[in-house]
Design a binder for this molecule. Structure first.
Ligand SMILES: [Zn+2]
Length: 302
């Protein structure tokens, strides 16, 4: 297994035509190679989230202690980096999730530019495999004209997850704070429903990629075992409290108690096995290991 990080310079058509005017945007790709696979994590940008959303339900004194311990600002937004993983193996070029697209937050939706910087055209993507249906993972599927961003890709999503986000009854149960998540997911998934292959717990959508149902963050959230790494999506959703107190119930999960149980199990397993993990919202490119520390764990970027 070999891991590298490097800076990429975007050379878009506009930059070539008017180099003095166009900003030369630098991108970082973190690359993991081994076992006949090459994995790159690419930044889709970042989310800026109100602490009240993430820590809904956590007593104020405990939240304050968490903020102090992890050097987070209680006033400002919490910054969540977004890492989309590109897997290249054999003749497949696979994305795990597609980022937020143009309609979610102005600080996200940068995946197409990051792929361009890496020299991968949208038409080269053969498969898109979703961890779950939240906006920052799904909404990049369609562009601002509702055209597919990855026109040749076969789409894979957990069957439980697909049913949840396409069932009109979900609007009644998801709650006010996430109603827009539902409307956005339903519209996009309805548009591509015929192209979606369903994945169930234990399925291998592609050779070397095994799905595992990890409910709680969303009802049908999947993680994927890639051998050299476990791609955890949002089942381990941040680089701080998700490791130091994986059993803490937090508001960023749709079913906090179930998600905490799922997360505690995953992090303990990862720390025991030493298998690398790739997290969508983890810092420094999102690839690293879980290391036991104190009564919990910490994320050690690779
Ligand atoms: Zn999520």
């Amino acid at each position: 297994m070999r891991l590298t990080r490097r800076r990429l310079l975007s050379l878009s058509a506009a930059a070539l035509a008017a180099p003095a005017l166009a900003p030369r945007r630098a991108w970082t790709a973190t690359t993991l190679e081994g076992g006949g696979m090459r994995l790159d994590t690419l930044s889709d940008g970042r989310l800026e989230l109100p602490p009240s959303f993430i820590f809904a339900g956590v007593p104020e004194a405990e939240t304050a202690a968490i903020f102090a311990r992890h050097g987070l600002s209680a006033d400002g937004p919490l910054i969540a980096p977004c890492n989309v993983t590109l897997l290249r193996t054999g003749d497949r070029t696979v994305l795990f999730d597609v980022g937020a697209g143009p309609d979610f937050q102005p600080t996200a939706g940068e995946l197409p530019a990051a792929l361009d910087a890496l020299g991968v055209a949208p038409e080269e993507i053969t498969d898109v495999i979703f961890t779950h249906g939240h906006p920052d993972h799904l909404w990049g599927l369609l562009d601002e004209f509702d055209e597919p961003v990855f026109p040749e890709a076969k789409l894979w999503m957990g069957g439980v997850e697909f049913d949840y986000w396409t069932d009109p009854a979900t609007a009644e149960t998801i709650g006010e704070a996430r109603l827009a998540f539902f409307a956005g997911a339903q519209r996009r998934l309805d548009a591509v429903a015929d192209l979606v292959e369903r994945i169930e717990d234990g399925d291998a959508p592609l050779p070397g990629v095994t799905a595992r149902l990890t409910p709680g963050h969303t009802p049908g959230h999947l993680v994927f075992d890639l051998g050299q790494a476990l791609l955890v999506g949002d089942a381990v959703g941040n680089g701080h409290v998700a490791f130091s107190q994986p059993g803490l119930e937090v508001g960023s999960d749709q079913a906090p108690a179930q998600a905490a149980e799922t997360r505690a199990k995953l992090v303990a397993e990862l720390a025991a096995s030493g298998q690398a993990l790739i997290g969508f919202h983890l810092p420094d490119g999102g690839i690293g290991t879980a290391v036991a520390e104190g009564e919990g764990y910490r994320f050690a970027p690779a």
